[in-house]
Design a protein around this ligand. Structure first.
Ligand SMILES: NC(=O)c1ccc[n+]([C@@H]2O[C@H](COP(=O)([O-])OP(=O)(O)OC[C@H]3O[C@@H](n4cnc5c(N)ncnc54)[C@H](O)[C@@H]3O)[C@@H](O)[C@H]2O)c1
Ligand SMILES: O=C(O)C(=O)C[C@]1(C(=O)O)C=C[C@@H](O)C=C1
Length: 302
């Protein structure tokens, strides 16, 4: 039994188009309706045949939906929820894929006070954006964290969890605030660091006569991939998860200062001990099969 027969996706970029492709692959009988605020994206989505129907307004996309998934930047969630409020059929479940959960839950709750709202976050993505960037296997063997609000309807939560499992994801439940703290260190801070390193290197280009980019080796290249991520999406993530990111940034700055001191005073043991500890973290991620290099990672887009 499929958890939903009629699904609407608002926002047809990397994640929205990946959800559409994954639904087509795993639940071919589901009727899919999509909408995007950008007319050019709507046209490209039609050409890619991502959905059965792509509507020109968000309201028209949800009129007969059982599940509506908002796949827009986190700063636009409230505005889109307000746009669909009048057309949402009774009993429909509204979910989202936003990278921060507490701010999105508040925005959706305010715009849709009478709707069933079950937020979620598939922890899977790439640095690319737009409808062409999506692929059906994006969520395979990746976590999807569901963050039901207090008092949420249990049947609705289970249906959303079943939906993500059907797309190949490993589902976990978490409190929204805890999600935001965990993701601040595992996803948001690494992006901030990558943006900073690549920005600093680009500022140094003049000093080093353009040799920074030319001789960039593996480590720097890995940072440039992350730093190529969508500017709108990440601006919204940092503004929305402000408190948790600032908390983690403070901890990070203190640890960086300790490393600075170890280098200055020639404390090789401190450096060696830290690097040994961090190496085991990398190994345990690979053992859990959560790394791109893992043979069973399941991503076939590149
Ligand atoms: N990119 C990732 O790695 C990743 C991973 C997990 C979750 N997410 C979350 O998924 C969401 C979408 O990110 P993405 O990577 O697909 O971005 P994207 O830029 O590829 O797609 C976003 C789409 O939303 C549309 N949009 C923006 N404002 C809109 C509005 N008001 N009404 C209708 N459409 C609107 C844009 O035109 C665009 O097509 C974000 O909330 C992001 O935090 C992203
Ligand atoms: O692999 C990448 O490029 C990602 O940045 C994906 C990533 C992450 O940080 O892991 C980015 C944001 C999300 O909300 C979830 C996944």
């Amino acid at each position: 039994m499929l958890p939903f027969q009629r699904i609407s996706i608002i926002g047809l970029g990397l994640i929205g188009s990946s959800v559409a492709r994954a639904v087509r692959a795993h639940m071919p009988t589901v009727r899919l309706t999509g909408h995007d605020g950008d007319a050019d994206v709507r046209e490209r989505a039609r050409k890619l045949d991502l959905c059965d129907d792509v509507t020109d307004t968000a309201g028209a996309a949800v009129t007969d939906a059982e599940l509506v998934i908002l796949c827009v930047p986190v700063g636009a969630m409230g505005e889109v929820a307000a746009e669909i409020a009048e057309d949402l059929p009774p009993g429909a479940i509204v979910s989202d894929v936003g990278s921060c959960k507490a701010s999105v839950a508040a925005a959706l709750g305010a715009a849709l006070p009478n709707a069933i709202v079950i937020p979620a976050h598939p922890v899977a993505g790439t640095e690319r954006s737009g409808p062409e960037a999506g692929f059906a296997t994006l969520f395979h063997k990746r976590f999807c964290i569901v963050t039901p609000p207090q008092g949420a309807d249990e049947t609705a939560v289970i249906r959303v969890e079943e939906f993500w499992r059907a797309l190949g994801a490993d589902v976990e439940r978490m409190d929204a605030e805890h999600h935001d703290l965990v993701l601040a260190i595992t996803s948001h801070l690494p992006h901030l660091i990558a943006y900073t390193i690549v920005g600093t290197a680009s500022d140094l280009e003049q000093v080093t006569q353009s040799e920074v980019i030319k001789y960039s080796a593996g480590g720097f290249r890995d940072f440039t991939r992350i730093a190529a991520s969508d500017p709108t999406m990440w601006r919204d993530v940092f503004l929305s998860n402000k408190d948790a990111v600032l908390e983690m940034l403070q901890r990070f700055s203190e640890d960086l200062t300790a490393l600075q001191r170890a280098i200055r005073w020639g404390d090789g043991d401190a450096l060696f001990d830290l690097f040994t500890r961090t190496r085991t973290i990398r190994r345990s991620i690979i053992e859990q099969g959560q790394d791109d290099a893992s043979p069973d990672f399941g991503r076939t887009h590149e």
